[in-house]
Design a protein around this ligand. Structure first.
Ligand SMILES: NC(=O)c1ccc[n+]([C@@H]2O[C@H](COP(=O)([O-])OP(=O)(O)OC[C@H]3O[C@@H](n4cnc5c(N)ncnc54)[C@H](OP(=O)(O)O)[C@@H]3O)[C@@H](O)[C@H]2O)c1
Length: 321
């Protein structure tokens, strides 16, 4: 079948490992369903995979794509939950030590077909297109958990999103605005800040800019480049929710500020199947649609990867079949 895959790990030149070609059809498995992929979206995770981060060398070649929406053999339209847990685990799947994301152990969604455990295929709300549904499983689910499960923020309080135009950032902005938070955003260029403003950000700032007042919560995926600003942006007792470190993980902890202002730093990863079901219902009932910056046929995936590697994002990058 057609597939976009990582041929081998290439730590220093990830795009050189990206291959558009043919891979074997998935073998049916008991308790798993076959999904004919209609749309899938790109995440930074796919670039990490090309670099060989978070995946063992013997697992290559690996079909890329953590997110997807498509159709089951019986015609049911589905959105995929990409956290594949141990069948014996009960409770929050994100805490299962044996969990993997699609593309870490099992083949991903940038292909004609993908197989997933039956419980990982959720009914797609009719209100969402396949392309919109394909944005939900990673970036939007991660943003949903950061905001509504981890932050403890109440409507009316002020949140700061570090980064304006990326998948998780745009999801945080749209969800935060829909939930009634005061949404502030930093972006690296006027163009990127305009994306955030169009999505409903109340104020936008240059990266690292002094803010008019301190905020209740900061949402971090950038890491080293913005961490010090995030720590300084918080009110006493404020919280940083962090789910990524794109610019590097080794940020200065700023421990004196942490204890003296009684700040809280909380990690967040992906979300549970139930949280994805709630997110899908929220999008349908609040008339919320993910910002898609680029939507191209899957055979043009390399252009999307190049744009993400160059930081040229304006919302989610979606590939269709
Ligand atoms: N833990 C999890 O479950 C989970 C889930 C999803 C994503 N993530 C992580 O979250 C991060 C973002 O993923 P994504 O898919 O949203 O990527 P993306 O679409 O490429 O977005 C990248 C974002 O990072 C910002 N950024 C990058 N470098 C920066 C720098 N040096 N200074 C300031 N801002 C910078 C960009 O801000 P501008 O708009 O200003 O350019 C943009 O908003 C990745 O590290 C990813 O691995 C983690």
């Amino acid at each position: 079948m057609f597939a976009v895959y990582a041929a081998e790990p290439k730590p220093d030149d990830p795009l050189a490992a990206l291959t558009v070609g043919e891979r074997p059809d998935p073998e049916p498995r008991d308790g798993w369903v076959t999904v004919t992929v209609k749309a899938a979206s790109l995440n930074m995770h796919d670039l990490w995979t090309l670099r060989g981060v978070g995946i063992k060398a013997e697992r290559f070649p690996m079909i890329l794509g953590c997110d997807g929406a498509g159709v089951l053999d019986d015609g049911t339209e589905v959105v995929l939950h990409s956290v594949i847990g141990d069948p014996d685990w009960s409770g929050d799947e994100t805490l299962d030590p044996k969990r993997t994301l699609l593309t870490e152990l099992h083949q991903g969604t940038f292909a004609d077909k993908v197989i997933v455990p039956r419980r990982n295929a959720l009914p797609k709300p009719a209100e969402l297109s396949f392309a919109e549904g394909a944005c939900m499983g990673t970036a939007w689910l991660t943003a949903y958990r950061m905001l509504f499960v981890k932050s403890g923020l109440r409507p009316g309080q002020t949140m700061l999103v570090q980064g304006a135009s990326g998948g998780v950032s745009t999801a945080l902005i749209q969800l935060g605005r829909a939930a009634g938070y005061r949404v502030w955003v930093t972006g690296r260029s006027a163009e990127k800040r305009a994306v955030a403003a169009d999505l409903g950000a109340h104020q936008t700032f240059e990266s690292g800019a002094r803010l008019p007042e301190r905020v209740d919560a900061v949402f971090e995926t950038v890491g080293k480049a913005t961490w010090s600003h995030s720590m300084k942006a918080l009110k006493p007792g404020g919280i940083i929710v962090v789910s990524g470190s794109t610019s590097g993980p080794d940020a200065n902890a700023d421990l004196q500020r942490l204890f003296f202002l009684q700040l809280r730093v909380v990690g967040s990863t992906m979300g549970t199947r139930d949280e994805l079901a709630d997110l899908l219902r929220f999008c349908a009932s609040a008339n919320l649609r993910p910002k898609i910056g680029t939507e191209v046929p899957m055979d043009q995936a390399p252009a999307g990867f190049q744009a993400m590697a160059d930081g040229e994002t304006a919302g989610k990058i979606v590939f269709t079949r």
